[in-house]
Design a protein around this ligand. Structure first.
Ligand code: NDP
Length: 249
């Protein structure tokens, strides 16, 4: 299919998990563009799998100068930008009793500040009618143990989709947010010992109303909809892609 034919997309965190799933679905629909991450090995491997129409740019999304460089380089190579996916992020584990000021800044810089500046630094290049897609989390809607600041940052990201849409009305740029539930990505590796992985994933799947955890392609297909003109009437919307886990379990 070619719902994104010739559209140029920038996907932060496109070298892993959900971001790579989005990039693959975009590629399947005819898009081209840039994936952004810090790990050169996974960037090279992901870009190679995406083929000639995608390149990887090594950058830290918490560094505003890096973001300026990413969008300037994208515009220079592809001539325009149609779609931004602010996906890079990570769960940060701690409670109000344990998280100190440095932990706070780290969690908020990665999961909130980076989203704001990813969008701001894309603005000089993104075309009228462009689509901004933010990746939040269902953790914004329920208290999960130890995810207090992560959930708070992701709740703010849900607001940003509304605020950005309002700010950018004059340029007809739409911002919407996808809030995934538990999704099978390498992020699990950071929290679960390898020998327990299978049992943990089964445990999550058994608790899901739909009977399985999400796949990056579930999020990718939703992102294709938000990137395409099929969603031209959606501004500031949240699409909860969670197999029912947030409100049905
Ligand atoms: P992964 O760990 O698989 O991917 C995270 C991506 O973000 C990597 O590509 C990583 O690249 C990139 N990244 C992280 N920090 C930075 C940084 N400072 N600068 C540039 N890139 C960075 O995780 P997921 O795919 O699971 O997560 C993607 C998004 O989805 C996150 O925002 C997460 O909060 C959200 N989410 C995930 C859920 C899940 O169950 N998996 C559920 C709900 C939301 P690199 O390592 O090269 O820096």
């Amino acid at each position: 299919m070619s719902r994104l034919k010739d559209k140029v997309a920038v996907i932060t965190g496109g070298n892993s998990g959900i971001g790579f799933g989005i990039a693959q679905e975009f590629k399947n629909e005819g898009a081209k563009g840039v994936i952004v991450g810090r790990n050169q090995e996974t960037l090279d491997s992901a870009a190679a799998q995406l083929g000639d129409n995608f390149i990887g740019i090594n950058a830290d999304v918490t560094n505003v100068a890096d973001l300026e460089r990413v969008f300037a380089a994208t515009a220079e190579k592809f001539g325009k930008i149609d779609v931004i996916v602010a996906n890079a992020g990570a769960g940060t584990v701690g409670t109000v009793a344990t998280f100190d000021e440095a932990d706070f800044d780290k969690a908020i810089n990665l999961n909130l500040k980076s989203v704001y500046f990813t969008v701001q630094k894309a603005l000089p290049y993104i075309k009228e009618g462009g689509s901004i897609i933010l990746i939040g989390s269902n953790a914004a809607h329920r208290a999960y143990a130890n995810f207090t600041l992560y959930g708070a940052a992701k709740a703010a990201v849900i607001y940003l989709a509304k605020g950005f849409s309002s700010d950018l009305l004059d340029r007809k740029i739409r911002a919407n947010v996808i809030t995934p539930g538990t999704t099978d990505t390498p992020a699990f590796d950071k929290f679960v010992p390898a020998e327990q992985m299978e049992a943990v994933k089964k445990h999550f799947a058994d608790q899901m109303p739909i009977g399985r955890i999400g796949q990056p392609s579930d999020i990718g297909k939703t992102a294709v909809f938000l990137a395409s003109d099929d969603s031209s009437f959606l501004l500031g919307a949240e699409l909860l892609v969670d197999g029912g886990m947030t409100y049905l379990s």
